[in-house]
Structures are given as structure tokens and as C-alpha cells.
Design a protein around this ligand. Structure first.
Ligand code: ARG
Length: 283
């Protein structure tokens, strides 16, 4: 595979990058594997087929790469960090600032140094939460217009929300996650635009559902498709890259004028992830 985003030999990388307004950070699965169990999807006796995972990641990469506004940055995978491919958990980025993650599980804490180095090299202004506060980046914090929707309880602490809000000077709506199968916000909710979200109600406590219903137009995702990670979808303007096998969700989104690109993600589902969490939005 050639270098990310450098699709036109006549242009310098920075000219190409400048023309594209969606930069994503991805990590090619050179050391992806399942070596521990930290969510209900992960079972050591059900390890991913690595060559199939590589194929699926390449297909996701290509699907995103082919979208007109997307520029992809790559971070090399640390061979001791099998989950580092899930770059959504590196932090939360806005402009040239990044709020770095502080992973709940020691198994993933090793990734922080690599991500931090990458952000430093790329001249980001870095803030880290207090060591006692857990925060898993964009996995649990999604921009929805001028608000951040933030999940807590399973991986991120609610204490992180005030820190996010103060650092980015933006309101945060705190949403409690109640089912361990949907342990990150991006496994049960995706934002289509500043007024429209899609979510799986069963993953949220009753008050969080009221907050969502009162603030947004919503599309409710069925349990069957939420279990196939329909909500772990990437929205780039009118294009939505969605795990395959979610025809109802696809139809609801298409009815709103979006163009859906299904991608097979079976080998990442075994680790409790799919399309969205393999990317981090950089702007
Ligand atoms: N195995 C990884 C974990 O449990 C999957 C992370 C998926 N990331 C996400 N943002 N949903 O941490």
C-alpha cells in the first residue's frame, strides 16, 4: 500500500492535505491480535484470523481513501500493543489540541506513549487527564455540533467530562452506558450531523435516552444490528462507512439522504471494535 493520502504524484503532500478537510489517524494492523480479554466480545479461544483482518482493514482504508475529502495519516503499530489499531481511543482532537487518553485497563496503557509521541511529532498541544481519571478518547466523546456527547461508566469516568468541557470550552452532555457489550459510546451511537444522531437505546440509562431524545432528531438502531456494531460507523459529510450486515440501519440512513458504504469487519468485532474505532478524527 502506498503512503496514505498521497494519491496525486503532481502535488506535494501538503497541497493534497490542504485540499482535504477530513484528516483521520489510522494504524495498520501489523501486530493486531487478541491476547487478553477486556470486554465481553473478546475471547481468547476466538482469536481473529490475522490475514483476513489485514484484508478487512485494507478495504476500510481504501473505502475512506476514495472519499473526496479524506486524508489519512498512519501511525506504526507497537508490536506489544495488539489493540493499538483502535486509534479512536488515542485521544480527542480538535484543531491542534489533543486531550490524551488514560486507558482503564493496564493492557492498553502501553499505547499512550506511542500516541503521545505521534502527537508531539505532529506539533499538537497535548493535555492529559489527572492520573486517577480514566478517559478513552473519541471512543467515548463525539462532537455533535457545538456539543460533545460523552459516555461514561464502562471505560471513561464522568470526572473526565468536566475536564473535557473546561479544556475545550464546549458543553458536554454526559451519557451513562449501562450494558458492557456497548462499553464505548462509539459502539452504540453515531452522529450524522449536528441535529441528527443514530443510537441503540438499550445501551443507555433512561435519563441519557431522554437527553438524546430532547436534544436531537434520532434514528433508533435495533438490538440485532447494534450487536453487529451498526453504530460504529464513520460519517464523512454525506458518506457513511458502516460495518456490513446492517440493512435496516443502512435503509434508515439512506432515507435521510446519506450514501452508505458497507465494510466487512468480522475480525475486529472479535475484539469488540469495527469501522469507527479504527479511525480517529484529526480535525
Ligand atoms: N479491544 C479493544 C478494547 O477493548 C477495542 C476497542 C474499540 N474501541 C472503540 N472505540 N470502540 O479496548
Amino acid at each position: 500500500m502506498n503512503q496514505a493520502g498521497h494519491r496525486n504524484g503532481n502535488q506535494t503532500p501538503s497541497a493534497v492535505e490542504g485540499a482535504k478537510n477530513r484528516r483521520l489517524l489510522m494504524c495498520a494492523p501489523s501486530s493486531y491480535d487478541l491476547k487478553y480479554e477486556i470486554n465481553p466480545w473478546m475471547r481468547l479461544e476466538n482469536r481473529p484470523n490475522i490475514s483476513l483482518a489485514v484484508e478487512q482493514w485494507n478495504e476500510l482504508y481504501k473505502t475512506l481513501y476514495d472519499l473526496p475529502n479524506v486524508y489519512i495519516e498512519l501511525i506504526p503499530q507497537n508490536e506489544n500493543c495488539p489493540d493499538m489499531v483502535f486509534t479512536a481511543n488515542a485521544g480527542l482532537v480538535t484543531g491542534n489540541r489533543v486531550l490524551l487518553s488514560n486507558f482503564r485497563h493496564p493492557e492498553r496503557q502501553l499505547e499512550i506513549a506511542d500516541f503521545q509521541r505521534w502527537f508531539e511529532t505532529h506539533h499538537y498541544e497535548i493535555a492529559a487527564p489527572h492520573t486517577s481519571v480514566k478517559f478513552e478518547g473519541e471512543g467515548d466523546a463525539l462532537f455533535a455540533g457545538h456539543v460533545i456527547l460523552a459516555g461514561y461508566l464502562k471505560r471513561s469516568d464522568i470526572g473526565a467530562h468536566r475536564w473535557i468541557s473546561e479544556n475545550l470550552e464546549i458543553p458536554v452532555l454526559s451519557l451513562e452506558l449501562v450494558d458492557s457489550r456497548w462499553y464505548h459510546l462509539d459502539t452504540c451511537l453515531f452522529v450524522l450531523n449536528s441535529n441528527l444522531i443514530a443510537y441503540y437505546p438499550g445501551a443507555f440509562d433512561p435519563y441519557a435516552r431522554v437527553v438524546l431524545e430532547n436534544n436531537y432528531e434520532t434514528i433508533q438502531i435495533s438490538e440485532v444490528e447494534a450487536l453487529r456494531f451498526a453504530c460504529n460507523s464513520i460519517v464523512i459529510d454525506q458518506d457513511v462507512v458502516m460495518p456490513s450486515g446492517c440493512p435496516e440501519t443502512q435503509a434508515s440512513i439512506e432515507a435521510k439522504g446519506y450514501h452508505v458504504h458497507p465494510v466487512e469487519m468480522s475480525e475486529f468485532l472479535k475484539s469488540g471494535g469495527a469501522a469507527k474505532c479504527l479511525t480517529l478524527l484529526l480535525n
